[in-house]
Design a protein around this ligand. Structure first.
Ligand SMILES: *Cc1c(COP(=O)(O)O)cnc(C)c1O
Length: 382
């Protein structure tokens, strides 16, 4: 099956009992048993497994060309499950271009559980080797990254990670499975905040992990069941509802974001624009090779005049809502230094390439001319 068919059909077969074309929301916490220790249809207790969640897990696995999928209560719960593969004293090597929440999670694990972690610049593959230690178990990247929109070579990094005996984890939230399938490029684990493009409507919090490795799946499943960070049946159902239009939504996100990026690149009040689809992007050629259909809906810009002008720009839009998060139908605007990346020190932000004049846009599905007019009027006033 091709992507658009999988988005609508995989895991979402008609209900065998009623014929319902949409997977039902199974709310039961427990399932009656045929005999002691003998289950009727494989379901036992809803933390361990639930048919609505099972449908979502099959769907996301299919979209990422994976054998196994697991759904979690949030992207961070999914990330925590993946970090459980590392023991105290071992090491996670992460890209310096990373989601603010991942940065906080790794700091927490380092300070409290002695799980070591360091950051490196993954655009420089020659210097990457130096960042490994004999204890490195996981390599953790995003491409494109949040909020810097850096694109890294997933296949090349997989090769380096494997040579050092480490697993490659890719946070694929920004690209979505429609634009990129990291397992096909050699990654061992792919994770998503399904809160973003996969859910797509800013109405749920969720996460997912997929892999092709049965042993990794077994470990991650055990973690999910032991630690219990599972999503509710209703959230699984909402996520499945979002997935059915993922390919259609992504096409418009990509088209609108390209128009916004081009508009801002020619605007006199904008110092620089970062969008992987623009030839000015430092890894534009790599992005073209590695991604398909387009370059997603996230655009970062530097506003001339510094931090205060940038914040006034964020506060002056009328259609773009000033809010955290991304990937929904509605366009959002945010100021990473005081929002998503506020937990970093000014030095850490500078090292990660998050200057004080940075504004991040999640370009939604509205009419693109209204979006451009909104940005124009906000820039005129800031
Ligand atoms: C939002 C986000 C997360 C965390 O997901 P939650 O669903 O908010 O827990 C992780 N990675 C990236 C890239 C994100 O944008």
């Amino acid at each position: 099956m091709r992507f658009g068919t999988k988005a609508i059909r995989a895991g979402q077969e008609p209900d065998p009992i009623t014929g319902a074309v949409v997977p039902p929301i199974h709310t039961a916490s427990t399932y009656v048993q045929a005999k002691v220790g003998e289950l009727k249809a494989g379901w036992e207790y809803a933390r361990s497994g639930n048919p609505t969640r099972g449908a979502l897990e099959r769907s996301i696995a299919a979209l990422e060309n994976a054998q196994y999928g697991l759904a979690f209560a949030s992207g961070m719960a999914a990330e925590t499950a993946v970090t459980s593969l590392v023991r105290s004293g071992e090491h996670i090597l992460a890209t310096k271009d990373i989601y603010g929440g991942t940065f906080r999670l790794l700091r927490h694990l380092r300070e409290k559980y002695n799980v070591q972690s360091t950051y490196a610049d993954f655009t420089d593959l020659n210097r990457l080797e130096e960042a490994f230690t004999p204890q490195t178990r996981l390599v953790w990247i995003e491409s494109p990254s949040n909020p810097t929109l850096v694109v890294v070579d997933i296949a090349a990094i997989a090769e380096v990670a494997h040579r050092h005996g480490a697993l490659l984890v890719v946070d694929n939230t920004f690209a979505s499975p429609y634009l990129q399938n990291p397992l096909d490029l050699g990654a061992d684990i792919v994770l998503h905040s399904t809160t973003k493009y996969i859910g797509g409507h800013s109405d749920l919090i969720g996460g997912a992990v997929v892999t092709n490795d049965p042993e990794l799946y077994e470990k991650l499943y055990r973690y999910q069941n032991d630690f219990g960070g599972v999503p509710s049946p209703f959230d699984c159902w909402l996520t499945l509802r979002g997935i059915r239009t993922l390919h259609v939504r992504m096409e418009t996100h990509c088209r609108n974001a390209m128009a916004v990026a081009q508009f801002l690149e020619s605007h006199p009040k904008i110092e620089w624009v970062r969008y992987p689809g623009l030839p000015s992007h430092p890894q534009h050629e790599l992005a073209r090779r590695q991604m398909r259909h387009g370059f997603s809906g996230m655009v970062a810009v530097g506003v001339k005049g510094g931090a205060e002008v940038a914040q006034r720009f964020c506060e002056g839009t009328k259609i773009f809502n000033l809010a955290e998060s991304l990937g929904g139908a509605e366009s959002l605007i945010g100021y990473p230094p005081k929002m998503s990346h506020a937990s970093m020190s000014a030095e850490e932000r500078a090292w990660c390439g998050i200057p004080d004049n940075m504004v991040r846009l999640s370009v939604g599905l509205e009419d693109v001319n209204d979006l451009l007019e909104d940005l124009q009027q906000a820039l005129e006033q800031c």
